[in-house]
Design a protein around this ligand. Structure first.
Ligand code: ADP
Length: 436
């Protein structure tokens, strides 16, 4: 190992980044010993492959016959492939703090190629830049969580390790190089945030019906004990409150499920038109009971997107449920293809439009926030949880879709859901032909 490390300064994968160094850094970072061993072998081989073409530095002792590779050595050239395939994001920084190697996982996490860029510009996270500086200036190792603001606010765990310094053949100390390892912890961070939300918001939402149920239990145990009429009335209210709590818990759980999978893109083709027709038929009794009517103006089939069928069904159930809740018998609830004027290239849009009271402009940007309601009392009275549109938003985000809302007081509301159009449903299973 010492032989190739002496010559590595001139190699493409550069200065002082040795397999042993990377392996030691990984091991120190708590990476699995197997991964550490692999990266050690990988770095060594990658660099060794680059070195094969180099002649010995001037003044170096004559080259001895190459030692026989150990029986378990990897074939030449495998090292770089191995680093590329590691699920851990790797950035190797050269002596001047520029990125000289970025593996595929780091490309996916940072969402752009940063080779040759200064670390500060490549990482765009002040805490991480500071940790890199500390590695150079004080030989300090750091572990930290950072949020990359590019793309979808990713939470990364970064492990920064100065690589062992060695000396040039003339005895000068080399400027250190630095290894940055990145692990995507976005999912874990989201789940954590969701748990916090659950405690804060759900407990608040559950408190009211729970207090009401507790109050009625006391009444029934007390002065209404022998009053069958009051008992019946109170039990009906308690049943309504319990149903509200149940809906709330169901919505929270479903939001939780959707959030956990939000970064996993669905791969199966789903026909939105057929789905909407099916949902609309299934809802007919409840809709009719509210004096409302749904008019589906879509083709019977052929509106394909890549999706998770149950989640897409939930999107339309929630939008139709809202239209029925807030617009009721004000006129038919129309479900149609988005207006060509609003069309987005490569996207297919389906609009749910009602003729209800509409929504004032200032509320529109906040409708998809959890527990945000324009009129809390009305939402509660109609059985709302304040989570319906948040669920819609998260499902659309998973489907790389979007929601647009246009409305004005007294002019009804139009909710349009957009999805990347799938040109050929048969290609969908392979995840290929997505337009846009
Ligand atoms: P909720 O369970 O309260 O209906 P949502 O997240 O589904 O929660 O909707 C958030 C708020 O958006 C509702 O409380 C309501 O104020 C408003 N809203 C949603 N859909 C409509 C609609 N079709 N017409 C008028 N207001 C609506």
């Amino acid at each position: 190992m010492a032989q190739w490390r002496d010559r590595v300064a001139a190699a493409p994968l550069a200065a002082g980044v040795g397999g042993a160094g990377a392996a030691a850094a990984l091991a120190a970072a708590g990476a699995a010993p197997l991964v550490a061993a692999l990266i050690g072998a990988g770095c060594g081989l990658a660099v060794a492959a680059g070195l094969a073409r180099l002649s010995p530095p001037p003044g170096a002792p004559p080259r001895r016959a190459a030692p026989r590779p150990a029986a378990d050595a990897l074939p030449p050239g495998v090292g770089r492939d191995l680093l590329e395939r590691l699920p851990l994001g790797l950035l190797l920084l050269d002596e001047s703090s520029r990125v000289m190697f970025q593996n595929a996982a780091a490309l996916e996490m940072i969402e752009r190629r940063v080779i040759d860029m200064p670390a500060a510009a490549a990482l765009r996270a002040p805490a991480l830049t500071e940790a890199v500086s500390a590695a150079y200036e004080h030989d300090r190792a750091s572990d930290l969580d950072v949020t990359l603001l590019r793309g979808k606010d990713r939470v990364l765990h970064a492990t920064v390790r100065p690589l062992p310094q060695d000396r040039t053949p003339s005895g000068d100390q080399r400027t250190p190089t630095v290894l940055v390892m990145l692990e995507d912890r976005t999912r874990a961070a989201k789940a954590e945030a969701l748990r916090r939300d659950f405690v804060a918001n759900a407990s608040h939402e559950l408190k009211t019906p729970l207090a009401s149920i507790t109050g009625f239990i006391e009444t029934l145990q007390g002065h209404a004990k022998n009053d069958p009429e009051a008992t019946e009335r109170f039990l009906a209210i308690m049943a309504r409150q319990a149903a509200r709590m149940k809906r709330l818990v169901e919505d929270l759980l479903s939001l939780n499920r959707i959030e956990i999978n939000e970064h996993v893109r669905p791969r199966h083709p789903v026909d939105l038109a057929a789905l909407v027709w099916e949902i609309s038929a299934g809802l007919t009794p409840q809709v009719a009971a509210e004096g409302a009517r749904i008019a589906v103006e879509l083709p019977r089939e052929g509106l394909n997107v890549l999706g998770e069928r149950d989640e897409l069904a939930q999107v339309f159930v929630n939008l139709l449920d809202n239209a029925v809740k807030y617009a009721g018998d004000a006129g038919p609830i129309r479900v149609h293809l988005a207006d060509p004027a609003d069309a987005r290239p490569g996207m297919v849009g389906v609009t749910v439009a009602d003729s209800g009271p509409g929504i004032a402009r200032e509320h529109l940007p906040r409708l998809t926030e959890r527990f945000y309601r324009v009129d809390v009392a009305r939402s509660r009275e109609r059985g709302g949880t304040g989570l319906g549109l948040a669920i819609v938003k998260h499902i659309l985000s998973r489907h790389r879709g979007d929601l647009t809302v246009t409305s004005a007081p007294g002019q009804g509301a139009r909710f349009t859901v957009w999805f990347p159009a799938l040109k050929d449903a048969r290609a969908g299973a392979e995840g290929a032909a997505v337009a846009g």
